[in-house]
Structures are given as C-alpha cells and as structure tokens.
Ligand binder design. Structure first.
Ligand code: CAA
Length: 281
C-alpha cells in the first residue's frame, strides 16, 4: 500500500511514521506546501528514531527500514497513492482545496481513499463539491504511540470506505472506533472542554498550574494534567476545537475560556512556540 500524508507538522509527521512502521505499507509520501517543510517533518521522525536507537530501544536497521519508506515532496508526488491522509491546517477552505487538487489533478489511482485527520470539522462539508467521497481518519498525538483511530463517516461516505479504513487502522496496530459525524467527534467533545475547564479553574485562581495538573494526574490517573496537555496539543488547536463545537451546537457550555483566547492571541501556544502554561525554552 502507498500512502500520501498531506501536511508535515506534528500530526502529519507522526501519522507518516505510524504508516511507515506498518509492514503492509511500502511507501509513505510525506508532503507539504514547501519541500523544506516536508523535509522538516522527515527530520523530526528521523530524530525521534535516532534517539530510540541511541537508547538501545531499536536496532539501526529497523529505524532505517522506517525512514527508507518515506519520500518527501509537494502533494504532486502522490500520483499512485492508495490512501491519502490529509493533516493540513484546521481550515475548511484549505482542506477542501487540497482534496480538490488531489482528486482532480494529482492522484491517478481510481480506487484511492481520501481521508482527513481533522480534529473537529464536518467531514460532510469537507467532502461537499468533490468528485470522490471523504472520510475522517482521526489520529491522536503522539500518533505512532496512541492506539485509537476515530473513523468518521460523513453523510455521503460509502460503507465500503468505512470498512476499508477500519481494516487499515487495524493493520497499523490501532483500534478503530466508528463515530457518527458530530462536532468534536467523541474524544475531543469530551477532552477539549475538560482542558478548557482546567484553564477556567486556573483563571479563577482555584489553584496554580502545577496544582491543577497534579490534581488531575494523581486524582484521576491521567498521564498529563489538562494544562500540560493543552500545551502539548497546541492551545491554538484547543481554541479552534472549542470554537467549532460551540458554533455547531450553540451550547454555552462549550464557550472558550477568555484566558485561552488571550494566550492564543499572544502566540503562547504551548510546546510549539516554546511557551504556553509552561516554559519550554
Ligand atoms: N513520537 C513517537 N514516539 C513517542 C513520542 C512521539 N512524539 N512521544 C513518546 N513516544 C514514545 C516513547 O518513545 C516511549 O516508547 P517506549 O515505551 O517504546 O520507549 C513511549 O512513547 C512513552 O514515552 P515516554 O516514556 O517518553 O513518556 P511517557 O510515558 O510520559 O508517555 C505520552 C508520553 C505517551 C505522550 C503520555 O504522556 C500520554 O499518553 N499523554 C497523553 C497524550 C494524549 O492525551 N494524547 C491525545 C491528545 S488529543 C489529540 O491528539 C487529538 C486532537 O485532535 C487534538
């Protein structure tokens, strides 16, 4: 199987690695709007694998086998892809244009499946006006490690495509959970309001940053506290998901905390900008 991953950011590069680790995948095309962005994603994967080799957790040959499958470039290299997983910016127009270009001008394989890793946008809307159906194939950060894939069917996604994507998820060593289209799907509908509430609790002065995170880690056995997890996901992504769920449901319980919005406006996005609730510099 040949897989094209569109977008070489945190999620795209993690998804590319997850596919390259799968025996049934022969090639992964890791693409972005500039070749250097795609190469940056590749270097991130290679850096992570090099660390595992240095720690004695992986053989060099196994790491090489993964990186040798990954080819980087612009979307135009996906000509013979069997599956496209789009992990571009969380912007409806960008996603729609990207699929249109792939379906109409680039991918020549008539059986190619077109999937989006969107974390909250409507799959039906992404697919509207396109010649081929789109499905949601939602991975979790870090994608090579996390076991879940949410498989989201839009109203026009054929059952055969849903079944095939579930099958591919199992081949990747993941567990697919089929989800009906709804803002935030299952995980983000529950997780992101919890992170938002963690920020509200902090803004209200109930406890400090470490106190809130320790409370949820030790009191609920969560691997990361809500503020640490918000920094890890990216506070811009957390805000975008809150805004989509609020806009789609109109329910005030999904209103983003003003402190979250302020931090995003101030580019305090978490790990990726070096500062969020914690300092990563
Ligand atoms: N890429 C590849 N592998 C990674 C990795 C990465 N970015 N980060 C960690 N790992 C691997 C490590 O190499 C290690 O593997 P081994 O056990 O084979 O050595 C394993 O994961 C555990 O890592 P660590 O020992 O370094 O650290 P940890 O035990 O603290 O686990 C964690 C790290 C897996 C990130 C854990 O803290 C965790 O599960 N956090 C919660 C993550 C979470 O909730 N993700 C979902 C976010 S929501 C989302 O993604 C959806 C969305 O749309 C916003």
């Amino acid at each position: 199987m040949k897989v094209g991953v569109i977008g070489a950011g945190t999620m795209g590069s993690g998804i590319a690695q997850a596919f390259a680790q799968c025996a049934e995948v022969e090639t992964v095309y890791l693409c972005d709007i500039k070749e250097e962005f795609a190469e940056g994603g590749f270097n991130k994967i290679k850096g992570g694998l090099d660390k595992r080799v240095a720690k004695g957790k992986m053989e060099q040959a196994a790491a090489d086998a993964i990186t040798n499958k990954i080819k980087t470039g612009l979307n135009t290299i996906c000509v013979d892809a069997d599956l496209i997983v789009e992990a571009a910016l969380e912007n409806m127009e960008i996603k729609k244009n990207c699929f249109k270009e792939l379906q109409d001008n680039i991918v020549k394989n008539p059986d190619c499946i077109f999937a989006s890793n969107t974390s909250s946008l409507s799959i039906t809307e992404i697919g509207s006006g396109l010649s081929k159906p789109v499905i949601g194939m939602h991975f979790f950060n870090p994608a090579p490690v996390m076991k879940l894939v949410e498989v989201i069917a839009g109203i026009n996604t054929p059952v055969e495509v849903v079944d095939k994507v579930k099958e591919i998820s199992v081949a990747l060593g993941k567990t697919p959970v089929q989800v009906n289209e709804a803002a935030g799907f299952v995980v983000n509908r529950i997780l992101v309001p919890m992170i938002n509430e963690g920020i509200c609790v902090y803004a209200a002065g109930v406890s400090d940053i470490e106190g809130i995170d320790n409370a949820m880690k030790l009191g609920c056995n969560h691997p990361m506290g809500p503020l640490e997890l918000g920094d890890f996901i990216g506070l811009d992504i957390v805000l975008a998901i809150m805004d989509v769920i609020y806009a789609e449901t109109g329910d005030s319980k999904y209103r983003a905390c003003p402190l979250l919005r302020k931090m995003v406006r101030g580019k305090r996005l978490g790990c990726k900008t070096g500062i969020g609730f914690y300092n990563y510099a």
